[in-house]
Design a protein around this ligand. Structure first.
Ligand code: FAD
Ligand code: SIN
Length: 531
């Protein structure tokens, strides 16, 4: 057992920014599941939404975010994001991030549901990679930071009052380790890998959400999964993302007859909110009896496409598609989860000593549907804020711990292939873009049947996050944002203008918008122990 000051789990934008805030304040360990660069952040294409131009306004960014969130954004959290965002981007530029420019001005891209051009990007469509490069460069000269790669966290360690540390497995040796700290920051990213079709990298299995839930933390809004409309749909190819920025630059969606169909579904056509575009594609595929539609960017010309989307251009060529000449087959895929571990404005979870930031967290910024390119910004702003709170809350280093689970000392880390594949199929078929009570109940029964008393922690985490999504989807009897129920196709503000909450040992419950850790009325408190 080792004792340190702070543990950060995850090396995407939220984890790296948190670590940079902690550097110089003690002994810090970053645990990351694979190589340090393996994260959704590394693959982010479109860019970072931020107000950095004279014809834009923070108020407009706020309004666009809230409109996309379909009634469930927490206003204070959105304010923090849009107001503090520019400062963190300036800082990143000061550290050497090279965002694309036209002359000496930042070049701003456009994405769906943004009322202004406000998306900063780097090397065209390699924004995330540039951010990771910059932050890792900064980290290489930071004090007191050790990065442990191939260190898979499987379980949080808690006592009756707080989080004390984490159990992780060194996946190169299979050896389990215990690490205790003053505070733990979860920055483990999203959960796209619980769906058969996803744009997310392999590491995005939702472990942080599951670990926090199993340790007793409040999780919220798990039904809200964003399906990106345009993932590459070529047999044998990964579901590589074709950035929304391609539609922002004028790309059109066409059915297999070559017809541009989006204006039949929404007045904003290709620039409609993501959930609308994704469902329109599904409808169009059903109407025409096909399993794909096409993204057409041919009219933008080879020179422009090679400059603006170089990574996409090269990747498509690998699959024998020249996007300047060919239509690109696309279909929707799971992309982002709006729900997660419920946090306050400083990244505090309902478990003292446990903080969360980035996609693993539910800050209330995104409501029922995230505005494109808001998540990199969230990772920066809330990564820094969570680390600052962890320092200021001043927890002592723990001297002992009690594991909350029956598996003390056990730590296997491979989810068996048959469980992995079955969960992904069940989630895609029954808990995907179109949901209904009957299918959700079937999904939950299948997921429960896959559970066994002998399951290891990694398997338990994987099943837990899938169940959290399915349960929340069954609970919310309406359609809103990323959550669509064929049996309740309307938005129902009278009953459902609320967040959904889940906590170990309780059925799902509602949380009023703007409330972070509600008082429980059934004796099972979700209030923070120290509040
Ligand atoms: P991540 O960047 O996913 O990092 C999570 C980290 O946690 C990884 O290092 C992972 O290895 C580690 N980890 C996970 N589980 C464990 C565990 N059990 N133990 C140890 N380590 C663990 N958003 C935008 O704003 N703009 C975009 O242009 C954009 N494009 C995108 C393109 C793609 C293809 C994808 C998939 C997402 C995109 N998004 C975009 C969303 C955005 O990239 C993510 O929401 C954001 O990067 C999440 O950052 P994060 O730090 O929370 O998590
Ligand atoms: C994209 O480039 O389409 C992804 C942007 C995002 O997910 O915010």
């Amino acid at each position: 057992m080792e004792r340190v000051d702070y543990i950060v789990i995850g090396s995407g934008i939220a984890g790296l920014r948190a670590t940079l805030e902690l550097a110089g304040h003690g002994d810090i360990v970053v645990l990351t599941k694979e190589r340090v660069t393996q994260s959704s952040t590394e693959y982010a294409q479109g860019g970072v939404a931020v107000v950095m131009s004279d014809d834009d306004d923070i108020r407009l960014h706020y309004e666009d975010t809230v409109r996309a969130g379909a009634g469930l954004c927490d206003p204070d959290a959105v304010k923090v994001l849009v107001e503090e965002g520019p400062k963190y981007i300036e800082e990143l530029i000061g550290w050497g991030a090279r965002f694309d420019r036209v002359g000496d001005r930042l070049e701003l891209g456009r994405e769906a549901a943004h009322s202004r051009r406000r998306i900063l990007h780097a090397r065209g469509d390699s924004t995330g990679r540039e951010i990771v490069r910059t932050m890792l460069g900064r980290l290489s000269c930071a004090d007191g930071v050790r990065v442990k790669q191939h260190a898979l966290s499987v379980q949080l360690l808690t006592d009756d009052r707080r989080c004390l540390g984490v159990q992780y497995v060194d996946t190169t040796t299979g050896r389990p380790h215990l690490l205790l700290a003053r505070a733990v920051i979860l920055a483990t990213g999203g959960a796209g890998q619980v769906f058969a079709q996803t744009t997310n990298p392999d590491v995005a299995t939702g472990d942080g959400i599951a670990m926090a839930y199993r340790a007793g933390a409040l999780v919220a809004d798990m039904e809200f999964v964003q399906f990106h409309p345009t993932a590459l749909n070529v047999p044998g190819a990964p579901r590589f993302l074709l950035s929304e920025a391609m539609r922002g630059e004028g790309g059109r969606l066409r059915n297999d007859r070559g017809e541009a169909f989006m204006s039949r579904y929404h007045p904003q056509a290709e620039m409609a909110p993501r959930d609308v575009v994704a469902r329109a594609i599904i409808s169009e595929m059903a109407r025409t009896g096909t399993s794909t539609v096409f993204l057409d960017v041919r009219h933008l010309g080879a020179a422009f496409l090679k400059r603006r989307f170089p990574r996409i251009y090269r990747t498509c060529l690998k699959y024998h598609l020249d996007i300047a000449r060919d239509l690109i087959p696309v279909s929707p895929a799971a992309h982002y989860i709006m729900g997660g571990v419920r946090i306050d404005l400083y990244g505090r979870t309902s478990i003292p000593g446990l903080y969360a930031a980035g996609e693993v967290a539910c800050s209330g910024i995104h409501g029922a549907n995230r505005l494109a390119s808001n998540s990199l910004l969230e990772g920066l702003v809330f990564g820094a804020r969570a680390a600052r709170a962890a320092k200021e809350d001043g927890w002592e280093r723990p001297s002992r711990f009690r594991s909350p689970h029956r598996r003390e000392g056990r730590a296997s880390w491979r989810v068996p292939d048959q469980i992995l594949h079955r969960v992904r199929e069940v989630m895609w078929q029954k808990v995907g873009l179109l949901r209904s009570e009957k299918e959700l109940q079937r999904a939950l029964a299948e997921l429960e049947a896959l559970r066994s008393p002998a399951s290891d922690d990694a398997t338990e985490n994987f099943l837990t996050v899938a169940q959290l999504i399915a349960r929340a989807a069954l609970f919310r009897r309406e359609s809103r944002g990323g959550h669509y129920r064929t049996d309740y196709p309307r938005r129902d503000d009278e009953h459902w203008l609320v967040h959904s909450g889940q906590q170990r040992g309780r059925p799902p419950f509602t949380i009023p918008v703007g409330t972070v850790f509600p008082e429980s009325d059934d004796g099972l408190s979700v209030r923070r122990i120290d509040s």
